[in-house]
Design a protein around this ligand. Structure first.
Ligand SMILES: C[S@@+](CC[C@H](N)C(=O)[O-])C[C@H]1O[C@@H](n2cnc3c(N)ncnc32)[C@H](O)[C@@H]1O
Length: 206
């Protein structure tokens, strides 16, 4: 059931996946569903809705990414980082969250599903000092854009940028982009079976 739906949604989004990648995406939904009862990972309880609201929602940004090294800050159970890592095996993803139980879940996903291009870090983002900076700093449902840019100012490389996954854009949020940063793109995203606004904001340091 889930895999038939996944095939349909991937085709609608014009994304192609190998049998192994599809197995991993469905496996991730199944693990979210199983661990959710004990770990409270997401308020969405129905696996079919998880597929739409978590997996496809994350994958909607896949074709807009540029570069090789990414960090997903406030990733929670690994969103959007894990679906993006599965579909972009040539890129690496650091999944950062301050809550230990979410990190434990991600490590189990990595182990059970054999995802080799992710590493999980338990830290507050403000305290995390990476050895090598990132081409892309991603976040979904993490903070206002203003706070995200303040807290993550030390993470992108010279040519790196921020990708903020947003629902409806709030005027006051857009008016509060801190000095020294510039929104270069506002991209409307389409997620199959989701009749809600989704946007991707790309921001650079000026
Ligand atoms: C609402 S959840 C969003 C999870 C996921 N990105 C998603 O889209 O479902 C926000 C996450 O940010 C984490 N978080 C909040 N403040 C943080 C900080 N300063 N540093 C690292 N993680 C933080 C929380 O532990 C939580 O898992």
């Amino acid at each position: 059931m889930l895999s038939a739906q996944l095939d349909e949604y991937l085709a609608e989004m014009n994304l192609s996946a190998t049998t192994e990648q599809k197995k991993q995406l469905v496996g991730f939904v199944e693990m979210l569903n199983k661990w959710n009862k004990a770990y409270n990972l997401t308020s969405i309880r129905d696996p079919q809705q998880m597929l739409i609201r978590h997996i496809m929602d994350s994958l909607a940004v896949s074709k807009h990414l540029v570069g090789e090294r990414f960090i997903d800050v406030g990733t929670g159970p690994g969103l959007p980082g894990i679906p993006l890592a599965i579909m972009n095996p040539e890129r690496s993803f650091v999944l950062l969250d301050s809550l230990g139980k979410r990190i434990r879940f991600q490590k189990q996903v990595q182990h059970e599903l054999g995802i080799h291009n992710i590493s999980s870090v338990e830290s507050r983002v403000e305290a995390f000092e990476p050895e090598v900076k990132f081409d892309g700093v991603l976040s979904r449902a993490f903070a206002s854009i203003e706070d995200m840019l303040h807290w993550c100012h030390h993470l992108p490389s010279e040519t790196g940028c921020y990708y903020a996954l947003k629902g409806q854009l709030a005027d006051n949020e857009m008016a509060n982009i801190p000095q020294g940063f510039e929104v270069t793109d506002i991209i409307e995203l389409q997620v199959p079976r989701l009749d809600e606004q989704r946007h991707l904001l790309r921001v650079i340091k000026k």
